[in-house]
Ligand binder design. Sequence first.
Ligand code: ADP
Ligand code: ASP
Ligand code: MG
Length: 439
Amino acid sequence: MQVWKFGGTSVGKPERMKSIRQLITEDGQPKIVVLSALSGSTNTLLSISESLNAGNPSEAKLKASELRAHYDQFLTELYSTPAGLGQGQAIVAKEFAFIDSLIATSPYTVKQEKEMVALGELLSTQIFEAFLQEEGISSALLPALDFMVIDEDNEPVLKIIEQKLATVLAPVKDKQIFVTQGFICRNPAGEVDNLKRGGSDYTASLIGGAIQAEEVQIWTDIDGMHNNDPRIVKNTFPIRELSFAEAAELAYFGAKILHPSTITPAKLKGVPVRLKNTMEPSAFGTLISEKSTDVEIKAIAAKDNITAIYIHSTRMLNAYGFLKRVFEVFEKYKTPVDMITTSEVSVSVTIDQTTHLDAIMSELREFAELEDPDMNQVIVCIVGNFWADKEGIAIKVLEAIKKIPIRMISYGASEHNISLLVDASHKNDALNALNEGLF
Ligand code: ADP
Ligand code: ASP
Ligand code: MG
């Protein structure tokens, strides 16, 4: 079985949903189809929450009614029979009644906010499944909230997902198309939660890992992983093949086409991931698998909103145990460190979660001197094959970027990654300069 995921723009218009119906049934093979919310819906639901958090329910109501009008119009263009339309209208009426009830809930807490933001995927999947029924396709809806679970650290638990999904699939196993929600899940308290923005990719690869799928396909609005961010750099091109390791680095370090964790379960279970373009299904896209090619420099990505912390040891030289104490502080506050550079008495690290920055800084100050952290930094990551005995790679990268001030450089941690830290104001120049110099 394959798992195919369609992102927001791929389901965002009625004609797109119709072409997806075509795509998923063409080869007659059974599939689990993971859908995102219609493009813009998740943002609107979050913005309704913002209005509520700001104590403005009438603004929230207005935004909800505009969203509802969008769905009402969508339905009339999607369904071709009165019965189908009636089905769609019943779904929209039910879910918007729930939105109204959330708007009326006081106090409006994180729990309600998570329920609110889940509605995008709940709507898109039910609307699409009703459309498949109208079209006479053998299909079933698999409620993600019945099998997609995360633990106390917000990490999905693949073993439990595997078991729960098998239970959900068993009674409908004879169907051909199984539709499920991306993004949403349940936390250990049994509440509705999510896998963070862009999380539908992760849902797809978790399902792919859980059922040991033949392949996971991520269908989006571009013809695969490009060698650089196409929103910032002109003349980027799609990369045909990536290894799991290379793709994982690119996703983690900011290539928006994939949620940062997408590759983890696929790599664990050896399930290939193919990136495909819904607007151009015949384009090759990108195949991510165990296989690596010997292309030296493959792609560049950038991760925003990075904070750099500069730590100096107050002890004498040669002190051991210093790094351990430093990292214990980050561990205590469950804050991942992305980049590290060291000198004899200093260590600089970067983080992208600043919730506990103040607490981290004050604990570090107990045994180290700190400079003011640099906020608003960007990690620019160059991905490829940088074998230890290969000469000339660092110079190529540094030559390309010679006009850009660099705060940190990390090279040698993996054979696939060179990372540079630059101020956000230099991000676009850095990506363009590297593109020019490296490709
Ligand atoms: P979806 O809604 O289908 O999940 P996303 O917007 O999350 O789609 O991801 C696709 C977008 O990612 C592309 O339209 C493109 O602008 C952006 N993107 C950023 N970096 C890359 C890259 N290296 N290769 C391809 N697309 C990228
Ligand atoms: N709808 C969610 C988002 O906009 C998840 C996704 O699209 O992958 O972030
Ligand atoms: Mg996405």
